[in-house]
Structure formats: C-alpha cells, structure tokens
Design a protein around this ligand. Structure first.
Ligand code: SAH
Ligand code: SF4
Ligand code: F3S
Length: 437
C-alpha cells in the first residue's frame, strides 16, 4: 500500500477537508502515515488568507524537495486554498507534482494515477454542488474527544478584503440528514464534542432546515455530546439561534462573532453589511439571553485608508464588548479581491504593526479581566488530556471555551468533571477538582 502524509494549514475547515481526503484515498487503497520520511505521497492542505500564510507554505514546499531528491518517486501535492488560487503556477515552479483545489478531492485517486504516468496535473475546478456530503471522514485523532463536522462549503459574502469566496467558491449547504448521521457516528465512536463548521453558519439552509433547526437536531443526538459551531456572521445571527442555544444545555455557551472593525466607514468599505450599533445590539441580545456566554472575535487593523481615529473605534468597541478572547491581524492585501482592485493598501507597515500591538495589549488586559470574573466559580469541563506544561495536571475547556488546568490523577480524556477556579492567567483558569458528575 502506498503511504500518504498530509500537513494541514489554515482554518478548521481545512482540518475537516484533510479528513475527507484520507477517506477518499483510503477507499482507493492508500494508507495514512504521520512519518514524512516514509511517505510515497506528501501533501500540504494550504491556506491563502494572508500573504504570510502563503509564504510559510512556499517554505515548506522547498523543504519537501529533500524527500523528492532523497527518495525519487516521492510525489508532492498541494491541496486547499492556495492550490485553488495559484493552480498551474504551483506546477510551473517544478517543485510540485499535482495540485487539487477544495472541490476536486474526489479526483485525487485519478490524479495520483496520472502523476505516476509522469504527467503533472492540476485540478482546480470549483463546483456549485460538491459538499462531500455522504463521505464519512477519517478522523485525524487529535485527542479522540472532539470532532469537526463540515456543514457547508464556500462563501457568498464577498467581504472586500477576503480571498475565501475565490478559493472556496459559492456557498452551498450539506444535506442535513448526512450531518445528523455523522454526529450520531461521532457519538457512537466515543467523541464527546462536535464542532459544526462553515464560513457563515447562520446562512445554512437545506429545504426547511435552517441553522437553528440543524443545531437543535445535532444537540438532540445525545445529551452528553457537546455541540459547538463556527463561524457566525454578525449580520445573520438570529434571535432563534440564540434561543436555541439557551434551550439546549449541551450547546456550548460560546459564540465566535468576528467584528473586523469598530468603525462604520471601515465596516462599509469591508462590505461587512452591519454597523457598530447593529453589532453591539447582537452582543446585548446574546448576553440578555445567556449572561454566561463567552464571546470571541476576529479583527483586522490597517485596512485601506483606516485613520488613527477609526482605529480607535476598534479599540473602544473591544473595550465596550469586553471580549473573552480575540484573533487580531494586520490587513494583508489579497490579489483579485474587491479591496485589492479598488483601494490602495495605504496604511504603512509600521503603523499597522503598532496598531496591532496596541489592540493585542488591550485584548490581553480584557482576557485577564474576563478570567478574573470567573474566580471562585464552578464549571463543567470536558477533559481533553494532560496539560502541556505539567503532566500531573489535566486540561479541558469550559462551555464558554476557556482553557482550565487542575491537578488530577483519576480522570482521563473524554470525562466530564467539575472544577472550581482558584486563580488565573490571561490565557488559563487554574482550578481544583470539585467532584464527579
Ligand atoms: N468567515 C469568517 C472569517 C474567515 S477568515 C467571517 O466572516 O468572520 C478568518 C479571519 O481572517 C477573518 O475573520 C479576518 O479577521 C481575517 N482575514 C481575512 N482576510 C484577511 C486579510 N486579507 N488580511 C488580514 N486578515 C484577514
Ligand atoms: Fe471571507 Fe467574509 Fe466570507 Fe468570512 S464572510 S469567509 S470574511 S468573505
Ligand atoms: Fe485559509 Fe482557506 Fe480557511 S484561505 S482560513 S484555509 S478557507
């Protein structure tokens, strides 16, 4: 059996896709390996979201050449968003034998056979229908506790800075029957948590089933299966969804609600299609219905023409919401996007970097304040495994998605435990075990 090694970059959707690729290749007679030195086929499932993501992958492609020269016949392939964006250009580099975009994974067995015949190939056609709906993914065992379930592909929003609509194509929802079936299979296989994935889960639709209904069906698979989801778009997150979360104790109280900017002119230019007031109203609604709900976000600083004052609006919005955590980025121009075609990338690099540092240090304080508010509280936590820093301690997350660590020699990954928060850092709640559930 030929052995396949895959490295996965980018978002959780890529992790889910790598699991689909292993399923497709497994059926075609390929075995999975985690050892690059013994692999017959080496692939990288790639990300194009920012320029530095692509630069990092070019660096990896250079390193793969070592395997190609040491063991002639080893094939190197590029999957994912960078494959879609660059297609044949990757082949022209002479460093890659095949390229497959996100909707072309069913063609991989044929592609690999062609490559054996000495024909480098790129398959990057996007599809309006492909969802890999009926394929049962081969889980990349991260901890055996938590699984990703992809519920839709592509994106129709076309935010002006974003490459995803070009690399992943039009939005399409996967048939709900196959999603619920996959959640049942996860529960039967011993998984304790599933995360439903899409670029904009709130616009999921399959016949009469919208995202709130889908979420309820998945939550009803088993009371001991935790359900998470990502990503919500502020313009689409509905009251029905918030009420559905509140009605199901096993839907985790955490919403990732990327704001991108706190300034209305910039939001408009980003084509986010909400304004600051709308966003803050959605946050109030979430907190009114679920006061204990964790809220995290993404933000971009230094978007085209962003002034200092406009950047300050992002700072003040962070302060006003008091996020539990956030991912923050410098704007990176992506070729072909609306912003790249219409607006100059005119905020100097040093200004972007300084703004990013300022936002990160604000969020560090907000994360610490958020964790301090949890001192003395008791949480139900799903054990993920030993803590990375101290093997005598276990780690796991609260429903609100905060990482906890506590001394424990009796439990194991997949158990639910109750812990009390004694102390905290900005990133972690330091706890003690209270009692079993
Ligand atoms: N679908 C999600 C976002 C997916 S991309 C949503 O709409 O919220 C993840 C994050 O990467 C985005 O939220 C944004 O903050 C960031 N991002 C996307 N394009 C970017 C770019 N060109 N430069 C910098 N950050 C970007
Ligand atoms: Fe990109 Fe916007 Fe779609 Fe998110 S919603 S993937 S930011 S285009
Ligand atoms: Fe990156 Fe593609 Fe995900 S660009 S963030 S891997 S959808």
């Amino acid at each position: 059996m030929k052995k396949v090694y895959i490295e996965t970059y980018g978002c959780q959707m890529n992790v889910a896709d790598t699991e689909v690729v292993f399923a497709i290749l497994g059926k075609a007679g390929y075995a999975r390996t985690e050892d690059i030195a013994g692999a017959d086929v080496i692939m990288a499932n790639t990300c194009s979201i920012r320029d530095n993501a692509e630069q990092r992958i070019w660096g990896r492609i250079d390193q793969f050449q070592k395997q190609r020269t040491e063991r002639p016949g080893t094939r190197v392939g590029i999957l994912g968003c960078m494959a879609e964006r660059l297609g044949g250009k990757l082949l022209e580099s002479g460093k890659v034998d095949f390229v497959a975009g996100p909707d072309a994974y069913r063609t991989l067995p044929r592609l690999l056979a062609d490559v054996e015949d000495g024909h480098p190939r790129a398959e990057v056609e996007l599809s309006r229908e492909e969802t890999y709906g009926e394929i049962s993914p081969v889980r990349i065992d991260r901890n055996g506790v938590s699984a990703f379930i992809s519920i839709m592909r592509g994106c129709n929003n076309v935010c002006s800075y974003c490459v995803v609509p070009y690399t992943r194509g039009a939005e399409r929802s996967r048939d709900w029957h196959t999603i619920v079936k996959e959640a049942c299979e996860c529960a039967e296989a011993g998984y304790k948590e599933v995360t439903l994935l899409g670029q904009n889960v709130d616009s999921y639709r399959c016949g009469d089933i919208d995202f709130a209904k889908l979420l309820a069906m998945v939550a009803e698979v088993s009371p001991s299966l935790r359900v998470r989801f990502s990503t919500s778009h502020p313009k689409d997150i509905s009251d029905r969804l918030i009420l559905t979360m509140a009605a199901h104790p096993n839907i985790c109280r955490h919403i990732h609600l990327p704001v991108q900017s706190g300034n209305d002119r910039i939001l408009e230019k980003m084509r986010r299609r909400y304004d600051r007031a709308w966003y803050l109203e959605r946050v109030s609604k979430i907190r009114e219905v679920m006061p204990d709900c964790g809220i995290s976000t993404d933000a971009i600083v230094g978007f085209c023409s962003e002034t200092e004052e406009e950047f300050r609006d992002t700072l003040s919005l962070f302060e006003e919401v008091g996020y539990d955590s956030a991912f923050m980025f410098n704007y990176s121009e992506r070729p072909g996007t609306l912003a790249a075609r219409n607006y100059p990338d005119d905020v100097p690099q040093d200004v972007k970097t300084r703004r990013l540092e300022e936002l990160i240090s604000l969020q560090n304080r907000l994360s610490l304040e958020s964790n301090r508010r949890d001192l003395g509280k008791v949480f139900e936590v799903l054990v993920e495994g030993p803590s990375k820093k101290n093997p005598a301690e276990l780690c796991g997350r609260t429903g609100s998605n905060k990482m906890c660590v506590w001394p424990d020699s009796t439990h194991k990954a997949g158990d639910y435990v109750r812990v009390m928060v004694l102390d905290c850092t900005q990133a972690t709640l330091l706890c003690k075990l209270v009692k079993d559930i």
